[in-house]
Design a protein around this ligand. Structure first.
Ligand code: ADP
Ligand code: MG
Length: 314
């Protein structure tokens, strides 16, 4: 549905998008996840034909976005970071105008506008001037204009920014309901946003794709091992020796604790095996007391932080 090859965008000496290549298949919801300044909006602006790349190629449903912009753009509905609203217009008026631009046939315009107004739940404000709407409603009008004409591809740049929790839930549900009939790409700097709505994630950092996985693969990969942080009272070497004898333990590290006579132990289990009971029984059988034991499971949030920090500062 979308093919991106060696896409690069430079602003002077600054590389905002650095040699990105990726493929987007039909009917799924994709997430661009990355911290602020990662290059998400720049990439989306290039894919949608708003911005020219420094080099590289983008094909939308087989059409090059620069050589055949009309055909390519006809496949896309886009909600940019700042929604392209005509603030002096009434909501309905504006959406009718967008429908015309998107070449919805004259007979269908009213019906199509009504459809997107219902989908995005802006019925209450449809006859109001856009300028007088709250941020949440404006964002939904922005969603409505992206969905009009039912384009094959819907691209949403940080669609829930500035919304309250109820509105966020509505937008997420709406995005999920678009999957299947549409290919959806959305960006966010918030992991939970992506993991809840997308089936595939591209993690972007400093203009590069640093992970390209299904959400499932990503969370499985990093949740695969149990790690225990233990504070115990006993002999350092004895602690290590006792735990190492337990089956399904991958590694044990020990160091002196901050309190006299205590040991800080880190235990990593094989796979997702829960070794808490084995470890506590083994230690107590040697009369080693456990003062504290906690499970340090890696969340997707940690994965994201780890991946985006690994590159280090430039
Ligand atoms: P994101 O959407 O992931 O927050 P952006 O794509 O907006 O990131 O920005 C990527 C990088 O490009 C940032 O370092 C940003 O400062 C820079 N940038 C974006 N737009 C411009 C511009 N018009 N001129 C110069 N630098 C820009
Ligand atoms: Mg952005």
């Amino acid at each position: 549905m979308i093919e991106i090859r060696n896409l690069t965008k430079k602003y002077g000496n600054h590389i905002a998008v650095d040699d990105i290549s990726l493929d987007i298949k039909p009917g799924k919801v994709y997430g661009f996840l990355g911290p602020n300044g990662a290059g998400k909006s720049t990439t989306m602006n290039i894919i949608t034909g708003y911005l020219a790349p420094t080099s590289g190629e983008v094909k939308i449903d087989g059409h090059d976005i620069y050589k055949e912009p009309e055909e390519a753009k006809a496949c896309i509905g886009y909600l940019p970071e700042i929604p392209p609203l005509y603030v002096d217009m009434k909501v309905e008026e504006y959406l009718e105008f967008v429908a015309e631009l998107k070449k919805v046939s004259k007979d269908n315009i009213k019906k199509e506008v009504e459809r997107v107004i219902n989908l995005t739940r802006i019925n209450d404000v449809s006859s109001r001037i856009i300028n007088n709407l709250s941020k949440g409603y404006r964002q939904r009008v922005g969603m409505a204009q992206a969905i009009i004409g039912s384009p094959k591809i819907i691209i949403l740049d940080e669609p829930t920014v500035g919304l309250d929790p109820n509105q966020i839930k509505e937008v997420r549900d709406l995005i999920k309901s678009l999957a299947g009939d549409h290919t959806v790409i959305l960006s966010s700097h918030i992991l939970s946003e992506i993991s809840e709505t997308c089936s595939h994630v591209f993690i972007i950092n400093k203009g590069k794709i640093i992970a390209n996985n299904s959400i499932e693969t990503l969370s499985n990969y990093f949740n695969s091992k149990q790690v225990l942080e233990i504070i115990a009272k006993g002999d350092l070497n004895k602690c290590k020796e006792v735990i190492e004898k337990i089956e399904d333990i991958e590694s044990v590290t020990v160091e002196n604790g901050s309190e006299e006579g205590t040991v800080n132990i880190t235990v990593t289990a094989h796979y997702s095996k829960d070794v808490r009971e084995d470890v506590s029984l083994a230690l107590s059988s040697e009369k080693i007391s456990i003062f504290e034991m906690k499970e340090d499971t890696k969340s997707l949030e940690d994965v994201f932080l780890q991946l985006t920090n690994e590159e280090g500062e430039e």
